[in-house]
Design a protein. Structure first.
Length: 477
């Protein structure tokens, strides 16, 4: 821009004006341009490319990496997982059997693999930025195959030649009161394990031929005859022992048909077993009757002994008293026990111990009275006249014990030449002297025998049954 500058006015107003000299500003010098270094023009794009490389190097899987035979190099985790899943499902084998050919794929076999987890592991182990991890050894992990789905697919594809096996069956036979087995029947079909192996081999090596020649084989039932027989043996052992026990005593037996009504048998084809379960509600109906069947007062025992303390017989067996404890939980506990194969349930009872009384028996012969005294604990319980040894044949005196008993025999004495046949109820106590029946005379209270103690037949029978070998005998005058 140009400015005009006026000079001061002259003092002479009349003097003519003279033009003022022209004045202009000096233009500013031009600004110098900044020149960027060549290194920056090259470095910035390089850094940008490097950043992009680092970014993709951390999200992409290294080249040459495989999962279950599927190449996943250069893929993200998501893309790798999807490719693996599709390949596992789509890979197949062409199975030929008896003129029929069918393509069986991984999807048909129920093949599955955790593609997401394996892809994530592949990235973590072999990221693209880690050049040393490129082209590692192939991952040989194989998918899992659903055996049931595999068999179903094969059975459907080759239905004309497939015969399903029939499982063995266990059932209760009410007529015999026992469990019985209906044997398994084998079927016919393909060996699905061999086909699964061919599928896995082709998945890991796609260059293999898809053709596979199948072969019909016998198919074993899931529940075999052997497995069912073993279960029946266990069940019948349970039938034989079923009950509620107090100690070794089966206090409340459980009938076979009742036990069978409690039990449910459930086949488990996957495990090849037949499982047992029990109905605790049904068991409870019997548990409710237990107190009446179990509780009892003690019964004292009686045993016969001699003076030496030897037990000669048990006249009455003692029985401890008992009271059943709380029944809460018994039904559920027994149900669990039955499911495990144990049918003997031990009851918890409070016991009152029985007492045992001893009775000392004695046969006392008073020769002066010609009388027999039958005693228990020194108390006379019976008495009657007898006939002991006469003159020259005295009955020996002393303390003896019955040492032998003979129901009937011929008796005699060679010294005097007599023989008495069919003498009954004979009990020897001193050599050849004995208590016995006398049927050939009816005289009592007089010594007439050859040393024995004779008495009427009915009384001889009475003491024969009352006394045991070892019973004390006292003969005195």
């Amino acid at each position: 821009m140009t400015d005009l500058i006026s000079t001061p006015s002259s003092t002479d107003d009349d003097a003519p004006l003279t033009p003022a000299p022209r004045v202009e500003w000096t233009p500013a010098p031009p600004r110098k341009r900044r020149r960027w270094p060549l290194a920056l023009w090259i470095g910035i794009p390089a850094l940008a490319l490097a950043g992009v490389g680092v970014f993709f190097g951390t999200i992409l899987i290294a080249p040459g990496v495989t999962i279950a035979g599927v190449p996943v190099g250069g893929l993200t985790v998501g893309a790798a997982a999807e490719k693996v899943s599709q390949t596992v499902s789509g890979t197949g084998v062409e199975v030929s059997v008896a003129g029929t050919t069918a393509t069986i794929t991984g999807a048909d076999l129920g093949a599955s693999i955790d593609a997401d987890a394996l892809a994530q592991t592949a990235l973590e182990t072999h990221p693209m930025w880690q050049v040393g991890g490129w082209f590692p050894s192939p991952d040989r992990v194989a998918p899992e195959v659903d055996a049931a789905q595999s068999e179903a697919a094969l059975a459907n594809a080759f239905a004309a030649d497939w015969v399903e096996p029939v499982d063995a069956v266990v059932a209760f036979d009410a007529a015999t009161g026992s469990y019985v087995v209906t044997p398994a029947v084998p079927g016919r079909g393909l060996d699905n394990a061999a086909i699964e192996q061919a599928y896995e081999a082709r998945l890991l090596d796609p260059s293999l031929s898809p053709a596979f020649d199948g072969e019909l084989v016998a198919l074993e039932a899931d529940i075999t005859t052997d497995a069912a027989t073993a279960r029946v043996e266990q069940l019948n052992a349970m039938v034989a022992s079923a009950g509620f026990y107090v100690g070794e005593e089966r206090t409340v037996p459980i009938a076979a048909d009742v036990l069978a009504s409690w039990l449910t048998l459930t086949p488990d084809p996957d495990q090849g077993t037949i499982d047992i379960s029990a109905d605790s509600a049904a068991i409870q109906t019997v548990v409710d009757t237990l107190p009446a069947a179990v509780d009892r007062a003690p019964v004292n025992g009686v045993q016969v002994v001699n003076k030496a303390g030897t037990v000669l017989r048990t006249e009455q067996a003692g029985a401890d008293g008992r009271v059943l404890g709380a029944t809460t939980g018994i039904a559920a506990g027994f149900a669990s026990q039955l499911a495990a194969g144990d049918a003997a349930y031990a009851l918890d009872v409070e016991v009152t111990t029985a007492q045992t009384t001893s009775v000392v028996r004695l046969l006392e012969v008073d020769l002066s009275e010609q009388r027999l005294y039958v005693k228990e604990n020194d108390v006379v319980v019976d008495s009657w006249l007898i006939s002991s040894g006469g003159p020259g044949w005295a009955t020996r005196q002393g303390n003896f014990t019955v040492n032998a008993k003979v129901r009937v025999q011929d008796m005699g004495n060679t010294e005097v030449g007599y023989l008495q046949p069919d003498v009954e109820w004979v009990m020897y106590f001193s050599g050849d002297q004995a208590f016995h029946a006398v049927y050939w005379r009816n005289i009592w209270g007089t010594p007439l025998s050859h040393g024995c103690v004779g008495m009427p037949t009915s009384l001889a029978k009475q003491i024969y049954q009352w006394a045991d070998v070892g019973t004390d005998v006292w003969v005195h005058a």
